[in-house]
Design a protein around this ligand. Structure first.
Ligand code: PGA
Length: 249
């Protein structure tokens, strides 16, 4: 049985008072939930306060990024142990916005993935093709390359800790989502590619879909055999929408 995960990526939204208001609203709207596992990923500045609010609740906390080193002279960066010790369990790595605006390569993502696992965080590793790549028929080539590069040199023991998120870049924040069939096709491709490296273990890894997931389209996407959850951006900031997505799972 694969773990179903619904993760909310808040991106650069919500001041601390706004974050607490959103979390309080979610708790009263959703209540206790073990399956799917719900992971909230607020900005760094809200993590501590949200962690305090989530104590005793069934929700998990995630960060949206971290640095690839354990400590030291890296002004402005956040180390994984800093996250772990305030109650963070998950970390989103290699999001397309990090790749695009902050020049994160597969090599950088790979360093971060390895360090996250070593520290005890669960990485949510994001991969996905751009529109022109899809139109040129290069989806599998791009997704395969990102997958191999981001997970390079992971032992079986390390691979067990990983969560994958397939997020076609053209579907992120655009309102243009992949159909359940389009998403399933790529999810299956990802799982088959992982099977070649990790055999049985590839059947246990959770592969989330991300890109304009809403309360309305979640059910169709989540009914697909290789879609094990969702990484939700915009709709995770709306209590009614995020509640619907959690209930669909
Ligand atoms: P979106 O973002 O749901 O707003 O499209 C998804 C993501 O970037 O993780």
């Amino acid at each position: 049985m694969r773990l179903k995960i619904i993760a909310g990526n808040w991106k650069m939204n919500k001041t601390n008072p706004e974050a607490l208001e959103l979390v309080r609203g979610l708790i009263s709207s959703v209540g206790h939930v073990d399956n799917p596992r719900v992971v909230l990923c607020p900005p760094f500045t809200a993590l501590s306060e949200v962690a305090r609010l989530l104590k005793g609740h069934s929700y998990f906390l995630g960060a949206q990024n971290m640095y690839s080193k354990e400590s030291g002279a890296f002004t402005g960066e956040i180390a994984p142990a800093m996250l772990l010790t305030i109650g963070v369990s998950y970390v989103i790595l290699g999001h397309s916005e990090r790749r695009e605006y902050f020049s994160e390569s597969d090599g950088i993502v790979n360093e971060k993935v390895k360090l996250a696992i070593k520290t005890g965080l669960i990485p949510i590793v994001c991969i996905g093709e751009k529109l022109e790549e899809r139109e040129q028929g290069k989806t599998e080539e791009v997704v395969g390359r990102q997958l191999d590069g981001s997970l390079a040199n992971l032992s079986e023991e390390e691979f067990r800790k990983v969560v994958i998120a397939y997020e076609p870049v053209w579907a992120i924040g655009t309102g243009r989502t992949a159909t359940p069939e389009m998403a399933q096709e790529v999810h299956r491709f990802i799982r088959e590619r992982l099977e070649k490296r990790y055999s049985e273990l590839a059947r246990q890894v959770s592969i989330l879909y991300g890109g304009s997931v809403t309360g309305e389209n979640a059910h169709g996407l989540l009914s697909m055999p290789d879609i094990d959850g969702a990484l939700v951006g915009g709709a995770s900031l709306k209590i009614d929408q995020f509640t619907k997505i959690i209930k669909s799972a």
